[in-house]
Design a protein around this ligand. Structure first.
Ligand code: FPP
Length: 245
């Protein structure tokens, strides 16, 4: 039986988050510059997005550029930013055809102007789509997001719009950039690294973590199905005992 057919659609994660890692090592293995890896990573983005939408996943979040990635060689950062613009422009039509809405999390105002513009256009042009939401994490870091949320809440307290007693988990989650998005049930990281690297630290509190040795440019639909099947074989207890769930 195909991997896809083994998936229990009733128990599909609503939200899958992915740390796309291993582009550089993939390129090195192919005797090519790192940028070649990123270019080939776009194919994996397309496949994963298509597979997730076909299954009925509601949210797919991809870690495309972290706040820490600015410290990479300038040439690589520029190439990644150009690739983003190019991909966004090229794929908006595909997103619309497939009824997929684009959103972004992260400090996107600090992206280069043309990347920021292409992103806003993509978000605007797909805002009425309803089959799946593709969230790009760009210039994103979880610690940045948590600090921003704290500032936002503090500001409200200062203005008398919120009392300290009203600061609870719900209020805090509502101040994060993911405020209207359910927490991911499943996090996938490619390339064999087993770290969270400052990604969605608040939102991943109870998520199942899945690590695969596959480098991101080689990630295909079947790799997503494998991750979902692995997730479905686990028991999610949320701190309770086996008997209680
Ligand atoms: C990590 O591999 C990958 C990135 C930092 C960039 C990922 C971006 C893309 C795949 C293109 C984005 C396009 C869209 C539309 C989302 P790495 O460079 O850290 O690999 P390494 O660990 O092997 O060096």
């Amino acid at each position: 039986m195909d991997l896809k057919d083994q998936i229990n659609i009733e128990k599909l994660p609503r939200h899958i988050a992915v740390i796309m890692d291993g582009n550089g090592r993939w390129a090195k293995d192919h005797g090519q510059p790192r940028v070649f890896g990123h270019r080939n990573g776009v194919k994996a983005v397309r496949e994963t997005t298509e597979a997730a939408a076909e299954l009925g996943v509601e949210y797919l979040t991809l870690y495309a550029f972290s706040t820490e990635n600015w410290s990479r060689p300038r040439l690589e950062v520029n190439a990644l930013m150009s690739l983003l613009v190019e991909t966004l422009r090229k794929e908006i039509e595909t997103l619309n055809k497939n009824n997929i809405r684009l959103q972004a999390i992260g400090d996107i105002s600090k992206l280069p102007k043309r990347t920021h513009k292409a992103l806003l256009e993509g978000i605007e042009n797909t805002k009425n789509n309803s089959r799946m939401t593709l969230v790009l994490a760009l210039n994103y870091s979880a610690k940045w997001e948590i600090v921003e949320a704290s500032r936002q809440l503090a500001e409200k307290v200062k203005l008398g719009q919120l009392s300290v007693d009203e600061i609870n988990e719900e209020a805090f989650a509502g101040a994060l950039s993911t405020k209207n998005i359910p927490d991911p049930e499943l996090l996938i990281r490619s390339s064999g690294e087993t770290r969270l690297s400052n990604f969605l630290l608040w939102q991943l509190a109870y998520s199942e973590l899945y690590f695969t040795p596959i480098y991101w440019p080689d990630f295909r639909k079947n790799n997503l199905y494998e991750a979902i099947l692995d997730y479905q074989s686990r028991e999610r207890r949320f701190g309770k005992t086996s008997d209680q769930v």
